[in-house]
Design a protein around this ligand. Structure first.
Ligand code: SF4
Length: 241
């Protein structure tokens, strides 16, 4: 399948009973400010270019953000911070993300997550993370011909992503990248170059860590807009964007 087919397929996944129940309960009860809206209430597919050179990997949809709008990081404070920074460094057509149909485009960039359903308290279990992993693996396999750089927002995404990168695509899309042992630790502005497992046939992957754009980080100043823009600008340059 191509990326649009994958996006359609993931949107129908019901593999995690706890997350299916939660995403649908949130969609039915709604936050008061959004009570006139129809919540998405399903897994959220990746968003952006189908020939992306740069991927941004987060954690999971927010209950009243992407779980409401159906698009990654759209409709909440985390997304406000992320899209403003993407726009500032030239990777997004506008600084705001309100809803599907708002005109937002990403340039050479795709935003995705290791867990596609909103989890209670933003905390997926290890079993849920592992169950969702094949969706991310397949998405990155489909992006592999163009993908050069991944920016990971937060330690959860970092831990979830490294095994995906190290594992050959079961559908034959790629043989994976070489992840050093011990695995590189997550940190803000950490940069690791991963050689392709088939270096004669594929480019290395540049991996960047960045603190997550959660309100816990942005309200406290642990992650400032300037810090986020610095990582994204460095990553964009590494991707040739
Ligand atoms: Fe499916 Fe992933 Fe959602 Fe679990 S978290 S139901 S595997 S899409």
């Amino acid at each position: 399948p191509d990326l649009p087919a994958l996006d359609a397929a993931v949107s129908g996944c019901r593999a995690c009973p706890r997350l299916v129940a939660w995403r649908e309960e949130v969609a039915a009860t709604k936050r008061a400010a959004y009570r006139d809206q129809t919540y998405w209430g399903r897994p959220v597919p990746g968003f952006g270019a189908t020939d992306a050179r740069l991927a941004v990997v987060g954690l999971a949809p927010a209950a009243h953000g992407a779980n409401r709008t159906g698009r990654m990081f759209t409709g909440d404070r985390s997304g406000d911070v992320l899209y403003a920074a993407l726009h500032a460094v030239g990777l997004a057509s506008q600084p705001t993300a309100v809803a599907i149909g708002d005109g937002l485009e990403l340039y050479g960039t795709r935003i995705t997550a290791p867990v596609r359903c909103a989890p209670p308290e933003n905390k997926p279990t290890p079993a849920e993370r592992d169950r969702c992993r094949p969706w991310l693996a397949r998405e990155l396999a489909l992006l592999r011909p163009t993908l050069r750089v991944v920016v990971v927002l937060g330690g959860f995404g970092w831990q979830a992503l490294l095994p995906v990168l190290a594992t050959p695509d079961p559908a034959g899309g790629h043989p994976g990248w070489v992840v050093p042992r011990p695995r590189p630790a997550f940190g803000h502005a950490v940069h690791v170059t991963l050689a392709a497992a088939d270096p004669g046939a594929a480019a290395p992957l540049e991996l960047f860590g960045c603190y997550h754009v959660s309100q816990q980080n942005t309200f406290t100043g642990r992650l400032t807009p300037a810090m986020l823009e610095d990582v994204l600008a460095t990553a964009a340059a590494a991707a040739g964007l």
